[in-house]
Design a protein around this ligand. Structure first.
Ligand code: BG6
Length: 478
């Protein structure tokens, strides 16, 4: 054994996916278009200078009408047709949990219908049954970057309070239908990542907003309200259900020990903690109210909203962790996308650094701040794999994951309550940020390229056998 620490009995080991990155079948069984369907793959993209998908009404209409471009998230990795095979592979690795998301536009194709699409629901009936039968705890995200497109064009996305009703209808339906099988629910994937995901997670078109920042925070406020109301609903339905809030961890380090860097970093860090402070503590922190005032952001938080938030705090904090960044008070701004590199760390082709100590730091910071159970909703290493003789020798992925599991063990020894460790991802899938297939994360290789060419067949990588051993030994053999 190379890890002396014994993980708690019943610790959840597994991995995570998103509907729009795996399912494909975008126009099958009545599914409507979503924000993910118009993220085109651009050959020759600069992997280090990514501008995440932003849209105007013109670019959106162009993408919908485009007959020549390749839109990988419409096709995913074929999970819609191969889910049994994929779940069997996860079972073989010994998973006792699997995080997946449900595609809203499969259930309500336009998002605003009164009645759901039964054919869409039938697919998830089968998938959830398969997961449970394989001995895994399904962990379900309700919205992972795929808003029904009609809610963007007709209603302007989440800044419109009507989306509270639409998403409540969808969320209540899911809880009613699957609440006896699914204990852990994450209504919104990475709720804080608004700097990159104004379109795909909030549904805001840049030409339809006069004050983008204000609209972003209005949309977030509506998502906070939905999160709280779903918690209220779930508890009445079945008190065992756990509703989580999820962050993409962006805990920064000061670039130097200059007091200016240290204080600036603290301010930026609390700007991202804010996205968990409201759902976990039940109120807006004073520094954010000041930020709103000084930046012409008017959210209109009603007394009723304040009560809803206060009385329905989330049960757990889920977060994804990939890399760390630093902040330099002279070079960086309060814009969350403005960051500096850490000269002490190396990264992958996309510049995502390897920093397992940063992971330990984040786990500790969150626990000290909230004292609520933590779920590692994603952790993984994107790499261009070499497929040879039916497999991939991905020691770089094994090393990355091993170091991060050791950080997990450190945090557990400090008493941090951790529910689950879910890697990104069980199987290769389409990249969220770049729509590439060649940014691979899986334990299982999928024979598809960036243009969807290939058989789609699945092959076990070296990391498959490594993770199997980790799970079998409950974290003792890394
Ligand atoms: C997280 C997302 O931000 O990071 C996933 O929740 C995503 O959807 C993952 O796939 C990795 O990002 P990328 O851009 O490498 O796919």
């Amino acid at each position: 054994n190379n890890n002396k620490f014994i993980f708690p009995k019943g610790f959840l080991w597994g991995a995570a996916t998103a509907a729009c990155q795996i399912e494909g079948a975008y126009d099958v069984d009545g599914r409507g278009l979503s924000t993910s369907d118009i993220h085109k793959f651009e050959a020759g993209l600069n992997r280090r200078e990514l501008v995440e998908d932003e849209h105007t009404s013109v670019s959106l209409a162009k993408a919908v009408a485009d007959k020549d471009g390749y839109y990988p998230k419409r096709y995913g990795n074929g999970f819609y047709y191969r889910y049994k095979e994929d779940i069997a592979l996860m079972k073989e690795m010994g998973f006792n949990s699997f995080r997946l998301s449900i595609s809203w536009s499969r259930i309500f194709p336009n998002g605003d219908e009164l009645e759901p699409n039964e054919n869409g629901l039938k697919f998830y009936d089968k998938v959830i049954k398969e997961i449970v039968n394989a001995g895994m705890e399904p962990i379900v995200t309700m919205l992972h970057y795929d808003i029904p497109l009609n809610l963007v064009t007709k209603y302007g996305g989440f800044r419109n309070p009507k989306l509270i009703d639409f998403m409540m209808r969808y969320g209540k339906l899911l809880i009613n239908r699957y609440g006896d099988k699914v204990k852990y629910w994450i209504p919104f994937n990475q709720i804080n990542l608004i700097q990159y995901c104004g379109f795909k997670s909030l549904g805001i078109l840049r030409d339809k907003t006069e004050n983008f920042q204000e609209d972003q925070y209005k949309a977030i406020h509506n998502q906070f309200i939905i999160n709280a109301k779903l918690k209220e609903f779930a508890k009445k339905h079945n008190p065992d259900i756990q509703i989580g809030i999820m962050l993409a961890d962006c805990t920064y380090f000061p670039h130097t020990c200059k007091p200016e860097d240290v204080v600036f970093t603290m301010k930026r860090n609390r700007m991202q903690y804010f996205f968990a402070d409201v759902p976990l503590r039940g109120e807006y922190p004073g520094h954010m109210l000041r930020f709103f005032k000084e930046n012409n952001i008017n959210i209109n938080i009603s007394e009723e909203d304040k009560i809803t938030l206060r009385e329905n705090t989330s049960d757990f904090l889920a977060f994804s962790y990939y890399y760390s960044r630093t902040l330099d008070a002279e070079k960086n701004t309060m814009d969350a996308a403005s960051v500096s590199d850490n000269p002490y760390l190396v990264g992958n082709d996309w510049g995502w650094t390897i920093d397992p100590l940063g992971f330990y730091n984040s786990l500790s910071q969150y626990w000290d701040r909230y004292q609520k159970p933590i779920m590692i909703a994603e952790n993984g290493f994107g790499h261009e794999d070499v497929f040879e003789e039916g497999t991939v020798h991905d020691d770089y992925r094994i090393n990355y994951l091993k170091e991060h599991v050791l950080s997990l063990a450190e945090a557990l020894q400090d008493g941090v309550e951790i529910i689950a460790y879910l890697t990104w991802a069980p199987i290769d899938l389409v990249s969220s940020g770049t729509s590439e297939m060649s940014k691979r994360y899986g334990f299982v290789y999928v024979d598809l390229d960036d243009f969807g060419k290939g058989t789609g067949d699945r092959f076990k990588k070296d990391s498959f056998y490594w993770y199997k051993k980790v799970i079998e030994s409950n974290g003792a053999k890394l």
